[in-house]
Ligand binder design. Structure first.
Ligand code: SAM
Length: 249
């Protein structure tokens, strides 16, 4: 075998050994982005939730309770996270895993609702669960959440962006536009929708328009009262008030 042929054979063998490694790391990178890569931006997500101490959260489709465990510190010892799951094994696993975090309350929830009372939560949180909800039951589920979440509360939904996903990933994804329509139909108002940095997942935040309408109505009423009071003042009172305002000569 000539020297050239020998070098060629060695090169081919080395290339053969290296390719699977390169392929594996590319695959790992892909699954990190598409799979649970969004978890790496947990700080970003939790900050955006704007959680307050003593709040009550429902984490729907909590899975292993990872997100519940990230939220808990913001709520303080009196906060509560109802970690809802439809899978009893996951509920049991969460009970064991988070036994030290008393604020996390894993429970078996129905598939068509949270089973929680009206106005009992400050935040409804669904991470990669929305696409699992019953087919054609999304708007009804969002209407139910409007009942469960207090008027001042929020709804946050994380999903993989369907337009950025491919293959099987696209089956476990959703379109933000479709979600926006469904949420609006259910009576929610979109506050913002953004991509989670470093991932192909988006995070949509919704509020209840009634809460804003009430606040605006109050402000309008106060402004109108003030204006009316100014207009109805007797002239002497008006002059006295204006004299008071005038700078000393
Ligand atoms: C992809 S996992 C997401 C887990 C976790 N939220 C996360 O982001 O890591 C979806 C979870 O939703 C649960 N699930 C499916 N349908 C549900 C429903 N109707 N209500 C509540 N949970 C549901 C599944 O059992 C599963 O654990």
């Amino acid at each position: 075998m000539s020297m050239r042929v020998r070098i060629g054979v060695v090169f081919a063998v080395l290339l053969g050994l290296c390719l699977p490694v390169v392929g594996q790391s590319a695959g790992r990178r892909e699954s990190r982005i598409g799979g649970y890569g969004y978890r790496e931006s947990a700080d970003f997500v939790v900050k955006r939730l704007g959680l307050r101490r003593n709040s009550v959260v429902v984490d729907i489709g909590a899975g292993d309770g990872w997100w519940s465990s990230k939220m808990v510190a913001k709520l303080g010892p009196k906060g509560v996270i109802h970690a809802g799951e439809v899978d009893q094994k996951k509920v049991d696993a969460m009970k064991t895993k988070w036994a030290d975090l008393k604020q996390i309350k894993p429970y078996l929830c129905p598939t068509d609702g949270t089973g929680l009372e009206t106005d009992s939560c400050d935040l409804a949180f669904l991470s990669k669960t929305y696409h699992h909800l019953n087919k054609d039951g999304h708007v009804a589920y969002l209407k139910h959440l409007k009942e469960v979440v207090k008027p001042s509360g929020k709804l946050v939904i994380i999903e993989r962006h369907q337009a950025l996903a491919s293959g099987r990933g696209a089956e476990h994804a959703w379109l933000p536009g479709l979600l926006g329509h469904q949420a609006e139909e259910a009576g929610w108002m979109m506050l913002r929708c953004e991509l989670i940095p470093g991932s192909d997942h988006f995070m949509a935040t919704f509020v209840q328009p009634e809460a804003f309408a009430k606040a605006f109505a109050k402000r309008r009423e106060a402004a109108e009262k003030k204006k009316a009071a100014k207009e109805n003042k007797p002239p002497e009172e008006k002059n006295a008030a204006e004299e008071k305002k005038a700078p000393p000569e």
